[in-house]
Design a protein around this ligand. Structure first.
Ligand code: ADP
Ligand code: MG
Length: 240
């Protein structure tokens, strides 16, 4: 089976000489709900930046459903939706327009883009805010706005970079429920997080990244078994 995401020996050295990724490899299978867990500075956002071609890699390869991003990025991009860690939309644009305009980037007819915008804004509880400027939204609403925008072309792989950081527990639960629904409908989901609890309640498989290296790549079930061993708890306390 072709992996939804295959990352092989990915390396990144930033311009200042700092090696943020020391040759990481992992695969995510179609339909999976996968966590990339690690403390701040581990290299999660660097990895995602490379996948969506915002960060240039130093070495290694990335393919999305068998499409190498170096050989055909436009084709790979059509299968991929990304919710970045930082808000990256115009604060003065209206919620509806931010989502609908994104459809245009995929060559979607305006009518279809508007229908999907309505669908996803409703599902994410933002329909009442459609005519509001983005700057008026709460942090949790802005995050949901970026999720709606990432779904407009109905990607097969959705990657979210710390989607619930700074979101209160109640909202976090409703966001989790929404992501589970999307996953149940067949979308492969990868999220980065530094909450083990989040990975545990949502995900089936996990990679743990630390200082630019993958230190674990297993199912959540077997990770939790290992975590019961006292030594491992001590070693991994920073992830808890
Ligand atoms: P995470 O998302 O896991 O918190 P990042 O991928 O953002 O980690 O960062 C990994 C490491 O790379 C950190 O030490 C960070 O300071 C460093 N880093 C990130 N961006 C740059 C950059 N543009 N130049 C130099 N170092 C960077
Ligand atoms: Mg990050």
């Amino acid at each position: 089976m072709t992996a939804a995401l295959s990352i092989q020996n990915l390396q990144k050295t930033y311009e200042n000489g700092f090696q943020a990724l020391k040759g990481i490899s992992f695969e995510v299978q179609p339909g999976d709900f996968f966590a990339l867990l690690g403390p701040n500075g581990a290299g999660k956002s660097t990895t995602i930046g490379i996948i969506c071609s915002l960060v240039r890699k130093t070495a290694g390869s990335v393919s999305i459903f068998g499409i190498d991003i170096d050989s055909d990025f436009p084709a790979a991009k059509r299968l991929l939706g990304v919710v970045p860690q930082e808000f990256n939309f115009s604060q003065f644009e209206k919620v509806f327009d931010i989502v609908a305009t994104q459809g245009g980037f995929y060559g979607m007819p305006r009518k279809q883009a508007e229908e999907r915008t309505e669908k996803y804004l409703k599902q994410l509880g933002l329909w009442d805010k459609r005519a509001t400027q983005a700057r008026m939204l709460s942090g949790g609403m802005k995050r949901r706005l970026m999720i709606a925008r990432a779904l407009i072309h109905e990607p097969k792989l959705l990657i979210l970079d710390e989607p619930t950081a700074g979101v209160d527990i109640e909202l976090r639960r409703s966001m989790w429920a929404f992501l589970e629904e999307i996953n149940a409908l067949g979308t492969t989901i990868i999220l980065t997080t530094h909450y083990l609890e989040e990975a545990e309640s949502l995900c089936r498989n996990i990679a743990i990244i630390d200082k630019g290296a993958i230190v674990e790549n297993t199912s959540i079930k077997s990770l939790l078994k290992t975590l019961n061993r006292e030594t491992f708890i001590l070693d991994c306390s920073e992830y808890l």
